[in-house]
Design a protein around this ligand. Structure first.
Ligand SMILES: O=P(O)(O)OC[C@H]1O[C@H](O[C@H]2O[C@H](CO)[C@@H](O)[C@H](O)[C@H]2O)[C@H](O)[C@@H](O)[C@@H]1O
Length: 265
């Protein structure tokens, strides 16, 4: 059993020490999007980073010795449209299956290519997931470049639970990757996870230390992949392997603003 994560005060103290330690630079500040920087919404297209978070990220981007990344289950198209992040920020989407970097001219983006077999399986998945949603109020299906997502946030609890169970069974039947997040079951034809993607990015950047914050069970992949000298932060309640816990996206943003204010001091 993991020890209870340490609180926001301890996190801030740790970040102050890292800001002052050139051996820890570049520090990779990697953040989940929904539920971490952007409060959860019934309509995913309504999600936005908290305004103070947009400001904090812009300030952080101006500092030497620090790299920024968003690491999300969102498709790259969604992330680009919704995330108001500064040029230079790395975007990891679809839980690691998509990757890009924000530039002043748009996205510098790696293209995701599915094999014919994967594309066929994605189409089949979409049809079967639509059948899971059919007749169930509040259940709907989102299609992404490598996955389909059965959403249940708007359904009555028993209806949502049934749909999630069927979606998970569908994943097993069709042999695809399955991720069970907050009111979502994600079925993917191109398995990826945030931990693998984050470790690859930190390797490329030569980042001795990674700060990663996330709120969902899918973020546990990132917490598990990172080491004891990294800084892992669970946002909100729930079992976690993270070393620190903060209560909400507002608290995440406050920590980032404090880091930005401290960095060059
Ligand atoms: O890794 P994340 O950035 O947390 O993205 C994970 C999923 O985010 C979206 O769903 C979640 O946020 C929605 C908007 O707040 C909410 O309605 C839903 O219940 C959440 O699970 C997105 O729609 C998914 O595709 C992402 O995988």
């Amino acid at each position: 059993m993991n020890a209870e994560p340490r609180d926001a005060r301890a996190l801030t103290d740790r970040l102050h020490a890292l800001a002052a330690d050139a051996d820890a630079h570049p520090l990779l500040v990697a953040l989940d999007f929904d539920g971490t920087l952007a409060p959860l919404q019934d309509d995913p297209s309504a999600s936005r980073i908290l305004p103070a978070g947009v400001d904090a990220l812009a300030t952080l981007a101006g500092h030497a010795g620090l790299e920024l990344a968003l690491v999300s289950g969102r498709s790259m198209a969604d992330l680009q449209a919704l995330a108001q992040v500064p040029a230079g920020t790395f975007l990891i989407g679809s839980h690691g299956a998509e990757r890009a970097r924000v530039t002043t001219f748009g996205l510098d983006r790696d293209v995701v290519e599915l094999t014919h077999a994967q594309a066929d399986r994605l189409a089949a998945l979409g049809a079967r997931a639509a059948a899971v949603a059919r007749g169930r109020d509040g259940v709907w299906v989102e299609t992404k470049p490598t996955a389909v997502v059965v959403h249940t946030r708007l359904a009555e609890p028993d209806v949502g639970a049934e749909a999630e169970a069927q979606a998970l069974a569908l994943g097993t039947e069709l042999g695809c990757g399955t991720l069970h997040g907050k009111d979502v079951v994600e079925l993917t034809v191109l398995p990826a996870d945030k931990g693998t993607a984050l470790q690859a990015l930190r390797g490329e950047l030569g980042a001795p230390v990674v700060l990663y914050a996330g709120d969902d069970v899918t973020d546990e992949h990132a917490f598990a992949a990172l080491g004891a000298t990294d800084v892992t932060v669970k946002v909100g309640a729930g079992q976690t392997a993270a070393a620190y816990r903060v209560g909400s996206p507002d608290a995440v943003v406050a920590v980032l603003a404090d880091l930005a204010a401290t960095w060059d001091r």
